[in-house]
Design a protein around this ligand. Structure first.
Ligand code: SAM
Length: 218
């Protein structure tokens, strides 16, 4: 039931979603800044990338422009429709699927990178989701997570936001601790440049990356 409520919330937001500067990346400098970030932190060779909770497919498209084969997933049918429209010109290099990324329908060791921006804060069991995402990575594969702890923001996508442990965002230190249970080589990169957000920010925003071991897991 809660899943349906969350999907409905995002369905209703989908038409306006890209109007936020960091969502639609309609400004060329903002778009270039995110593309540079992905160029730096996604694998440098053409790879299989899962964009989990891809929304309208903006980062999916940037990853595809960088030469990756991208499989995007989102719970919201309206988001999926927009993401498919936005990425149709990439043909077979991009596939968008409607799915719950709490339990992403990805085979174990099937992708080189998991990209997930602004989704962990809205999952009921983010630690379990992270474990599944790490399992989906091939040996040496990489998590690229963009999250934040936003001042004054709660979660109005459900009636009981307290059921989501990271409602309102997750501090980098907490996400680091969670990721260290499933991956290694954790790095946190503060995302303070206003160009990324279309404005000055005064809260915590960051990219966290980690890899799963080339053999075995920590
Ligand atoms: C803040 S948006 C982020 C979208 C995209 N990652 C981006 O950076 O623009 C959150 C997205 O998560 C999706 N979402 C929420 N819960 C989800 C779940 N359990 N599984 C898959 N997608 C989910 C919503 O439909 C929405 O598109």
């Amino acid at each position: 039931m809660r899943t349906e409520q969350i999907a409905k919330y995002w369905d209703e937001y989908a038409a306006e979603y890209d109007l936020e500067p960091d969502h639609g990346l309609l400004d060329s400098d903002t778009r270039m800044a995110w593309k540079d970030l992905l160029r730096m932190w996604l694998p440098h060779q053409a790879s299989d990338v899962a964009d989990l909770a891809c929304g309208t497919g903006t980062l999916t498209a940037l990853a595809a422009e960088l030469g990756h084969r991208v499989h995007g997933f989102d719970l919201s049918g309206q988001m999926v429709e927009r993401a498919r429209a936005k990425t149709a010109h990439f043909g077979a290099a991009v596939c968008i699927e409607q799915a719950d990324v709490s339990n992403a329908p990805l085979a174990d060791s099937s992708v080189d990178a998991v990209l997930a921006r602004h989704i962990l804060w809205t999952l009921p069991d983010p630690q379990a989701a992270l474990a599944g995402w790490a399992r989906a990575l091939r040996p040496g594969g990489r998590l690229v997570l963009v999250e934040g702890r936003w001042t004054g923001v709660g979660d109005d996508s459900v009636d009981d936001p307290e059921a989501m442990p990271w409602s309102g965002g997750v501090a980098a230190s907490d996400l680091r601790a969670a990721v260290e249970r499933v991956a290694e080589n954790v790095q946190v990169v503060p995302l303070t440049d206003p160009v990324l957000w279309g404005r000055e920010i005064d809260d915590e925003r960051y990219l966290l990356t980690a890899t799963v071991p080339a053999r075995g897991r920590p």
